[in-house]
Design a protein around this ligand. Structure first.
Ligand code: ADP
Ligand code: MG
Length: 676
């Protein structure tokens, strides 16, 4: 069985198994599909045809005894001369004195290294064994505890012993349609290709397989989720909902109306709604959430709104109360800092059905909270809300409809991967009258000019955010930085303007007080770490200054930028950065060039890759072994269509052609998420 532990292999004891597990290799299959990230071309070459600085394998005879020179602590150089045909040249190995024993005068030797044509010298990287298989040596990501050669040996061993158990898991029809290599051959060729073309074919097969299997699972899940046994009907009161929207302080945009209708249509179906609501920052998702919650309440259900931070919970509760209080819709706030007595009371009221809508952080659904009749769960800033939390709800016996809201627009390829099981609604229109935020990138040296401009804005009655540099490793440093910056700006702006400070280590009451002060314009300049990243709404703030902006990811910068440009005034986002590399410069340029969140996130994906953008673990996004959702996007589309087609086929699981596929899916679905 390929799903067996690698300890089944001779030479893999507990210690090595642990070292391999650190690389993500736990089963035999993990090992067999631990593919190299590149290959060294080790074909033997003639000196005459080798370019300067090329990495090559050269075979010849050792013509002078090896000499080791040591210099300094741990540093050494092993040197000898070697001959190919009539040409003699010198070979050096640095810091590998132990290779000396392998160099014997008059014997053949093959060395992989870098050729210096001018000096006629080879800087050796490794001495190759007597028999090399193939012209390409696989190079793996390894660790200190697992060396390249160890891994190669283990993989060969695994193929020898388990290779015959690699069974085909793609249906023949697809293999023929897309001219795909067989599974076993492809897996082998991924490690030990005979030539680049064979590698290309192997890769094509492996990438398709990964995407297709994943899509089979996710499409299966979608089908399951949508089946009627999971759902509830929320028969909302059309008239009351209409009246509610008419009383809003503004007219809904066309896009807001459209997505609201999409949601309401889901309500009336006996299916389980799983809808992703995407909309750029400031596009007005909150009011859509309010309408949806209200609709659920008119149908006699309770609703929950979950957000990532306390500040945001507080703010959302405030906006909901304005809309709901006159209508006798009872709301409550429940976060981890709710006092235990109050908490107890809220929990009771939720159980009794006395509270209609509860707003809170994730802990809302985790800590012993029960509802009398939960019908709708909305999560804001979805990327921080993981798959497991979604499941948690179901385990409690609730089957609410779920709406995920995100302001980080997701490129299509990512959406079908990460959220393939969901329906997607998009708000692609901004409320009328918005003036796009003007983004500028300045160097640190220009900061004083920027502050002068900001001061003019403040004198016009506007407010400003200042975002401190992000220091990932240390929250303490983060805070320290924020405090320093705060002191400096306080001196700079005193006595004319009040400067406030907000950071992650503050108590939630303190944070609330500061936010309240900023909202009420008692504070004009708010210095903050990224705690304001999501959702905060203060339309009078027109300047956003981000220090060391190159330390932030693009999506995050865009998110931050959404804090301004929320009112009727022109607003500015100032990126202060002296980027150390091209990537940093590129990010700054992109930010100044576009205000469109979809473009920003596509660029982010291209520059950083999906893992960084999303944080795999949280998003439930799978980590693909060979496939790359950016580079292989077209394969992903095809694989998705094929998986959808197959799920359309009635009882495909029972057809002989899909036996291999079905048993593979079942076997690898350990948590029985998809196939039980
Ligand atoms: P986000 O999508 O970023 O969550 P919000 O829901 O916070 O956006 O809305 C941003 C601002 O736009 C809020 O002040 C909100 O009241 C306002 N707003 C929302 N919809 C409209 C609209 N149709 N017309 C005018 N202003 C709107
Ligand atoms: Mg929002």
């Amino acid at each position: 069985m390929l799903q067996e532990s690698i300890t089944k292999l001779a030479g893999v004891g507990e210690k090595r198994a642990q070292a391999l597990a650190d690389l993500g290799i736990v089963t035999i299959e993990n090992l067999l599909s631990y593919y190299p990230f590149r290959y060294d071309d080790i074909k033997e070459r003639n000196l005459a045809e080798i370019n300067d600085q090329e990495k090559v394998t050269i075979k010849g005879i050792v013509v002078s005894p090896p000499v080791v020179n040591r210099f300094g602590y741990k540093k050494s150089r092993l040197q000898f001369r070697m001959m190919q045909d009539r040409d003699v040249f010198s070979v050096s190995f640095f810091n590998q004195p132990y290779l000396k024993d392998k160099v014997v005068v008059s014997e053949d030797i093959a060395i992989y290294g870098k050729w210096d044509a001018k000096r006629k010298a080879l800087t050796g990287m490794k001495i190759l064994g007597a028999k090399q298989e193939g012209d390409f040596a696989p190079i793996y990501h390894v660790s200190k505890a697992v060396r390249q050669q160890t891994l190669v040996d283990l993989i060969r061993k695994a193929f020898a012993r388990f290779g015959d158990q690699i069974e085909e898991n793609l249906p023949l029809s697809l293999m023929e349609k897309y001219r795909l290599m067989g599974r076993k051959d492809a897996m082998y060729a991924m490690h030990f290709p005979q030539d680049p073309d064979q590698h290309h074919q192997a890769k094509r097969r492996v990438v398709f397989e990964e995407f297709f299997l994943f899509q089979m699972k996710i499409q299966g899940l979608k089908k399951e989720e949508k089946s009627e046994k999971h759902g509830i009907v929320i028969s909302y009161d059309v008239e009351r909902v209409k009246e509610f929207t008419q009383k809003l302080p503004f007219k809904l945009t066309g896009a807001q109306k459209r997505v609201t209708n999409e949601i309401c249509r889901d309500f009336l179906q006996p299916k389980h709604m799983q809808r992703l609501l995407q909309g750029d920052v400031g596009s007005g998702k909150t009011v859509v959430a309010a309408i949806a919650l209200y609709a659920a309440v008119t149908a006699g259900f309770q609703g929950a709104l979950m957000v990532p931070t306390e500040i945001l919970a507080q703010q959302h509760l405030g906006s909901l109360q304005q809309l709901f209080d006159p209508l006798e819709v009872h709301t409550a706030l429940l976060t981890s800092s709710t006092k235990s007595k109050e908490r107890q009371q809220i929990i009771e009221q939720l159980q009794q059905g006395e509270i209609d809508v509860v707003v809170g952080t994730h802990s809302l659904i985790q800590e012993g909270v029960d509802f009398s009749n939960l019908g709708l769960v909305i999560t804001d800033e979805q990327h921080r809300f993981g798959v497991n939390q979604r499941r948690g709800l179901r385990e409690k016996g609730f089957q609410p409809d779920v709406l995920f809201m995100t302001a980080t627009p997701i490129p299509r390829t990512l959406a079908i991967t990460a959220y393939g099981e969901m329906d997607v609604s998009i708000i692609d229109e901004m409320p009328a009258g918005r003036i796009p935020v003007e983004t500028r990138w300045i160097k640190r040296g220009q900061l004083s000019d920027a502050l002068k401009n900001a001061q003019l804005e403040l004198q016009n009655g506007r407010q400003m955010y200042v975002i401190c540099p992000l220091i990932e490793e240390s929250e303490t440093l983060d805070v320290q930085n924020a405090v320093e910056l705060y002191e400096e700006l306080k001196n700079y702006f005193a006595p004319e303007f009040v400067v406030g400070l907000l950071h992650g280590k503050m108590k939630s009451e303190e944070k609330e007080a500061i936010m309240e002060g900023f909202k009420e314009n008692e504070i004009q300049v708010l210095v903050s770490t990224t705690v304001i990243e999501v959702g905060v709404d203060v339309p009078n703030a027109t300047t956003l200054l981000i220090m060391d902006a190159d330390r932030f990811g693009l999506a995050q910068l865009h998110q931050l930028r959404g804090r301004v440009g929320r009112g009727q005034e022109a607003s500015y986002c100032i990126l202060v950065a002296n980027p150390k590399n091209e990537l940093g410069k590129e990010r700054m340029k992109i930010m100044t060039e576009t205000n469109n969140g979809f473009i920003v996130s596509q660029k982010d994906l291209e520059l950083r890759g999906p893992g960084e953008v999303f944080g795999f673990k949280q998003s439930g996004l799978p980590e693909f072994v060979a496939a790359d959702i950016v580079a292989d996007a077209n394969v992903l589309e095809v694989a998705k269509d094929e998986a959808q087609n197959l799920w359309q086929k009635k009882d495909w699981q029972l057809l002989p052609e899909y036996a291999g596929l079905f048993s593979y899916l079942k076997e690898t679905d350990k948590e029985n998420q998809f196939f039980d």
